[in-house]
Design a protein around this ligand. Structure first.
Ligand code: ZN
Length: 98
């Protein structure tokens, strides 16, 4: 590893990534916690996610490491497992004007 990555840093992964069914295509860091997701829709339910060590994910897929220099409030997305990461600030939720 080239970054000062805390191997045991907590990361939330979706069940698809956890089961190694799909590659990580979306990395986000909304408030300091890392989320590594397959990019598909997920139900907002704890049963859809698992908590793992961040270093374990990098061991599994070294290309993830290139996305792990995100600041708080940023996300990185790629369209396939061998594509470069596109980093951007996480879009703000549209305020409910209803
Ligand atoms: Zn998923």
């Amino acid at each position: 590893m080239t970054t000062a990555l805390n191997y045991h840093q907590k990361a939330y992964v979706c069940i698809h990534v956890f089961a190694e069914e799909r590659p990580v295509l979306l990395v986000s860091r909304p408030d300091g916690d890392w989320c590594l997701l397959c990019g598909d829709e997920h139900v907002e339910d704890a049963s859809e996610y698992r908590v793992v060590g961040l270093g374990h994910m990098v061991d599994q897929d070294a290309s993830i490491e290139a996305a792990l220099d995100l600041e708080f409030g940023w996300e990185a997305e790629r369209s396939a497992g061998d594509h470069p990461w596109q980093k951007r600030p996480i879009p703000a939720e549209e305020p409910d004007r209803g």
